[in-house]
Design a protein around this ligand. Structure first.
Ligand code: 48F
Length: 265
């Protein structure tokens, strides 16, 4: 039978918009497909939550593809290597508490295991704002405002659409873009020492790695920060090409939200 291009188009349209429609009301919307967001996505999807991950770029993976300075090897510490091993990634002991893994294998496997666990991926979509509501006298996040990345990149004046979520995970990395938009547009106070975004500091890997996990928390009702966004929100250091803190941060945010949703039922 001759190939029918119209059916190919119909298949894409039908399946994509069915997926989109099924995601109009999420348990968790993750913004940013770096190592912390992908790890959180996998663990929450495995726990049966309805999770979607929104990534501005075509490729999922954030800053993990290039290891350090494009030398595509990542380094993790002993206490985080289980998060690579549980998705069957080969992890090699280097020395002392340091382990290495191929950056491309790690990035593709974290994305693949999250997808196969049930995470719905929306790449090439930018989150440009959030929805705020006053519930029981408290303002909280109730959704995300999304647009097509090509629309954003071209600077076209096209209105976005909305997806509801019980929780939003801000995993946009160093720029904390979604949190910045929340603070810029609204007269609100964050759960940080100053009530504002504290800002990322220069390189100090030892302190930064531990702080990434400590700073992974609810920064505003309904919104958690993880990965580098957690350090930027709560004012800690950068750590460069060591990825253990990112993976552990994704694990922590996933477990906290799984517990919150279970307790709300
Ligand atoms: O920066 P990124 O990899 O986040 P992460 O999980 O990991 C940080 C490390 O890669 C590295 C590091 C490790 O030691 O310091 O930098 O904290 O990934 C963030 C992703 O979010 C996307 C962006 O394209 C990237 O892939 N992103 C940023 N803003 C938006 C967004 C947005 N508004 N909408 C959708 N995606």
């Amino acid at each position: 039978m001759a190939l029918n291009e119209r059916i190919v188009t119909e298949a894409i349209l039908t399946e994509y918009f069915e997926k989109f429609k099924n995601c109009l009301s999420l348990d968790v919307a993750i913004v940013g497909g770096g190592p912390s967001g992908m790890t959180a996505a996998r663990i929450m999807a495995q726990a049966g939550l309805k999770v979607a991950l929104f990534e501005r770029k075509l490729s999922i993976g954030g800053g993990m593809w290039g290891g350090g300075m494009t030398w595509n090897i990542i380094v993790v510490q002993e206490e985080s290597k289980h998060l690579l091993e549980e998705v069957n990634l080969p992890v090699k002991h280097f020395k002392d508490e340091y382990y290495t893994c191929d950056a491309v294998a790690a990035t593709t496997t974290l994305a693949s295991t999250a997808a196969l666990a049930g995470t719905q991926f929306f790449n090439c979509i930018s989150v440009e704002d959030v929805c705020l509501r006053e519930i029981d006298g408290e303002k909280r996040i109730t959704g995300i405002v999304i647009n097509s990345s090509p629309v954003e990149i071209a600077g076209l004046h096209v209105d976005p659409v909305v997806i509801d979520c019980k929780f939003l995970i801000e995993a946009t990395g160093h720029d904390t873009e979604v949190l910045r938009t929340l603070v810029r547009k609204n007269d609100i106070r964050l759960n940080t020492p100053s009530g504002n975004i504290e800002g990322e500091q220069s390189m100090w890997a030892d302190v930064a790695e531990a702080n990434t996990v400590n700073n992974t928390r609810e920064v505003f009702p309904g919104m958690y920060v993880c990965g580098m966004a957690a350090n930027a929100a709560f004012g800690s250091y950068r750590m460069g090409p060591i990825f253990g803190g990112m993976l552990l941060s994704g694990e922590k945010v996933a477990k906290e939200i799984i517990d919150r949703i279970a307790n709300d039922k």
